[in-house]
Each structure stands twice: as structure tokens, then as C-alpha cells.
Design a protein around this ligand. Sequence first.
Ligand code: ATP
Length: 566
Amino acid sequence: MHSVKVGYLASAVSRALCSSGIYCREFIKVPACYRVHRSVSQTRYCRTAATPEETVIRIPRSMQRRVETVKQTRGQNKINTIKAGKLLIQSNNPELNQSVGFTLGKFEQLRLCSKGWKHNKSFGDYFTINNIKAVAPFVAENEDVEKKASVTFNNLHICKELVEALDSANITHPTTVQLQTIPKVMKGHNVLCAAETGSGKTLSYLLPVLHRLQADKESEMHAAESAQKTRAVVLVPSRELAEQVAAVSRTLCDPLGLVTSTVGGGRGVGHIKTVFKRGHPDILVATPGALVKALRRRCADLSELSFFVVDEADTMFDPSFSDMLESILLHTRIARDPKETRGPGHKAQLLVVGATFPGGVGEVLSQVTDLGSMVVIKSKMLHFLMPHVKQTFLKVKGEDKVLELHQALKLLHQEKGGGAALVFCNKSATVNWLGYSLDELGVRHARLQGEMPAAVRAGIFSSFQKPGLVDVLICTDIASRGLDTSGVRLVVNYDSPESHTDYIHRAGRVGRAGGVVDGEVLTFVTHPWDVELVQTIETAARRRTSLPGMESEIREPKPKEVEAAE
Ligand SMILES: Nc1ncnc2c1ncn2[C@@H]1O[C@H](COP(=O)(O)OP(=O)(O)OP(=O)(O)O)[C@@H](O)[C@H]1O
């Protein structure tokens, strides 16, 4: 004998009523095999049928009304998201596609492709956020400006040696962020520059810094003694990034006769001493740990500093680095006014740079420096998904991920004309394991993860950056921050990133200024706990908003803000 609860039975009944179209106003008959447990309160819904074979359940009027309402609203909620033209969202369920031409109303309900992705039945589902722009906004916006004024680096009053060095690297027109940042830095302001990944932030601080150092060097006012001290410090979170920034700086410094050195963690004090034995460099690119050691051992001297640059600022103001940052700042004197940056006893300009400033960074920043003295340059597309990069999300079982990855790499190589690929894992152990699996499949690759000894890590990334040496790099998030990967065509999130910030930085390894134009991102979604992040990304794509939790105002108190549209 079966028995069911009335609540279950009632909902089954209402569903039957909705779907069959046979609607019994007063009651329905249920075979005797479905005997009903009745509590006192439930008796008003049920009564025993006339014959012992059947039980009759009365449907209360309120429920009848609810069923009617659901029936009516269901049809209405089906918004037609598909219009003529290109698709913004494309999925294996065409009903959930969304066209570029469709704009969702503020109060309209979203229907997400990833809605049921916590369920096991969803394995194999996918959706793609198509690229709706051919070029990055930070280049396209600049093209508009170019039409009006044809702005080149010459127009920014940078010394001719630097412009020539840029020319020989085929960099002629500044990106939007460079157009906005360079003049402000040249005027002596402290600047906070928040612009999307790959928009050319490195040059936006290096060019005015080198220009000023060169001008100071030539100036008679510049005392011989201070010329022997470090004039600019660039602080970055990883050794790989330090090497990269130093390499760009060296290229630009060559014609100017300025010296760039780098100190990074993991190589011991001996290495730091060796760097400073050669004398104080004009520009020092350092990780916080290494610089703290250099200052403690009195190797480095920041007393004559003209520029203090903090790159990847949100990481640097993170609790894991902020103590070191504070102790470094104790050795510097930061200017509060452009006037303090010139002449004898000058103070240093503070430049804070980053692609993500999640909520709360402004508060942390204000503890370290006087935010009121800074000019904020914030790009329009900060914290938005890149409109020029195709981004696919695939719900896939853990055991199928290696094969899916192999397939994606094969496709890249055979059908898309090749290019480099970056594969992100969340843990060092996964990097190693995946490496062995790809070895077995005959895929040539390199690995980069934080637990590798410094000597092994050194050079892996730079060999990946050189075209033709290694096409696939399996790595953890240490390769997601700031590293320039212009030759990369495919980013694979083998493990779903843990936060929006991580997603932005990983995805930002493609679609960079001067890089491959048709970059793609592929994200594997396996665990139920990955799904929420994917849903918020899909929501942001459909509503065309920035990613949630990243809407920080960047600072308190209110700044003298320079809008991107300026
Ligand atoms: N004006 C320009 N024109 C063409 N290419 C440029 C220009 N400025 C910079 N680039 C190139 O763009 C690439 C990305 O620059 P950069 O690494 O400075 O970006 P970023 O904004 O610092 O990115 P991330 O946030 O990832 O650190 C580099 O290869 C650089 O050479």
C-alpha cells in the first residue's frame, strides 16, 4: 500500500491540471492505492470518496487561483531574447540564446544557461559569451581620438629617445590609459590608475618616469651625489613580473644611459648584495620581500626617490603584502602636492596601478597613503568582461577535463592556425599532475607554479614568451597577474577560478594591446561550488554590467577624479 503527503499530492495535482488542460473545478478522484495521511488541519482539503475504491481531494479556491496565475505568468515570462544579428550568448539550448541587439529591462527576469549547473544532469552543457567587438575598447576609443587629433607619443612631450625606442617596437599611438595617465604624471601628481588588463599600464607609468629621470640627469640642478642613488622604485608582486617590467624598462633605458636592476624573492640575500654591489640603479624593480631585505641590510637607499610605483595594487595592498609595503613606505617621503616633487629636498611621486580594485581596496589604500592627494584615472571598462574576447563555459566531469583540454589544444593547433595557450590550475599539485597527463598524450608544454625552486622557475616564463619555443604553459595564478602574454591565443581555466578578480586577470592574458586579436577563454566548470561564480559572470554578460563585488569607488574621501571620457 502506498501513501503520500497531501502537500506533494496537491502539487502533483496542480501540475497535472496545468499540463493536461483537463481541469476539474471542484475535486479530483485519486485511486485508493494513494491513501492520504490526514492531519486535523488537512481534513478540509480531503474527504473520503463515496466508494471505498477512491479518495476525493477538494482543491481549495486559493490554490485554484494560484494555478491559474502560474499558467498565465509562465507564458508572459518567456521573453524573446533573440533578434536579428549576431548572438551575444550562445548555448546548447537555443531558447536561452541572447542577441547583441537585445537589451534586458532592469526588472526583467533573467533565464541563465547555467541555472541548473549544480545538478549532475547538466554535464555536457555549455554557453559562449561571443566577442562583440573586433578590437579592444582601450584601442578603439583611442582610434576615435586619433581621428580628431591624431595623437602620437610625440604629442605627449616625451623625449625623442623614448619615442624612437617605442617606434622601433612598432608602438606609435598611445592607448586610452596612456593618453590620460602620462600627462598627469608629468605634471607631478600622485596618480591612481585603474584600467583593464592589457591596456598598456606599464608604459603609462614607465614613460613619464624615464622621461623625468632623463630630464633630471641632464639638468644642472641635479647634484652628483643624488645621481648615485635609486630614483625610481617599481614594486610588483612576483619575480616573473619584476623581470618582465625590468626588461621593458631596460629596452627604453638603453638610449638614455639609465640603469635598471631587479631584485626578486627566493634567491637569498647573496643575490641582493650582488645586485647592489654594481652600484645603485636608477630604476629598481622589486618584489616587496626582496626590497624589505635590501633595506634592512642597507643595500638599497630610497632617500632620493622621485617615483614610487606600486603595480598590481590590489595584491600589494592585500594583508599578505601590506605590512611589507608599509615598512617600505617608512623609508620614503611621498609628496602631497606636485610642488613638493621638484627642487632640492624633493619628495617622491606615488603611482598606484592595477586592473582590479575590488570593494575595500580604497579603505586599505587610505591607511597607507593620503588618498586625497591622488588623481584617479579609471577606465570605463574597468571590471567589465572583455567585449573583444570570446569566452566559453563548459560543464564537464572532472575525469573528462584532460580529454577536453587535449581537444581544445588540438583544435587551436590544427584549425585555428596555432598560437600559444595558457592553462590555469588552482593548485601546484594539479599543475604537476596535469603536466604528467599531457606528457602521456604527447603534448609539449612547460609548467610554472609557486612551489618550484627559484632556479627552476627562473626563465620558464620568458622562454614561454619567446615565440616558437613552448606553446603550452600549465600554471597557477602566479602567471595571471600582470604578465604580458601577447602571443597567447587561448586561455583555459582547467580549474574554475576562485573569484571574479582571478577570472579577470586570467582572462586578461588574451586580448591585449598589440597582441593576438582573436583570443579565446575556455572555462571548465565541474563542482557545484564553481557554479555561482559562473552564474554571476553570465548575469553580468547578459545585463552588460561590471562583475559584482568589484564596484568599488576606489577611495575615500572623494577624489579629484579624471573621468575616462575626459
Ligand atoms: N600604445 C600601445 N600600442 C600598442 N601596443 C602597446 C601599447 N602600449 C602597450 N602595448 C603593448 O601592450 C601589451 C600589454 O601592455 P601591459 O603589459 O603594459 O598591459 P597592462 O595594462 O599592464 O596589463 P595587466 O593588467 O595584465 O598587467 C604589451 O605587449 C605592450 O607592449
